[in-house]
Design a protein. Sequence first.
Length: 221
Amino acid sequence: MARILFDLDDTLLASEDGYNEAYSQLNLDFSIFNTAKKHVKTSLPAGAVQSHNRWLYFKKYLELTKSYSPENLISLSTKYESKLLDYLSKDWSNKKGHDLLKKLKKKNSLAILTNENLRLQILKINLVDPKNEFFDFTITSEEVGVEKPNLRGFQMALENWNCSAEDVIMIGDSYENDILPAKSLGFKSIWINLKNSSDHHDQLIKISGFNELEKALESYL
Ligand SMILES: [Mg+2]
């Protein structure tokens, strides 16, 4: 039995494509939106967990376009979330993610370690495991207080499982945020190298997408 620790975005779910699709359906002025997003990120301390919070981007966007009201902010944010979840739900069903988790769960322990705020991540995880059948625990960086690659979330996973690092397989798409910290603690790892980077030729299991995950895991399980 192995313990498999999943990143969420662009590991289990095609989040980046989902964000782009959701933004494209909001009729935003992207030059103003990008200014708003930059403003939020630069106003916060470096590495602040809330720097990904879309509600902050949309609030600043509405302020910059002189159209801020609570009603407009809630409307824009919930429309974004709904378009994003529609996209991710189809993606999860198309790639038969449920079947893979069900199969893996039979012989292994599964959990999630993800950056971003709890609200948005739970909306996404609700598509993947609404009844909490698959995951022993979910750790979001909002709960930890710091984002990956900080080691704290990885250490919390070890504490939760009460196991040693070599018993855990970290699966993630970010070399810097998922793989490097996992390796530094002695976890095994599988890098979903979505952008097909030719860097990092070290002893690493590297795959190009979710569809190759089951096969890659066979070398560890
Ligand atoms: Mg990711």
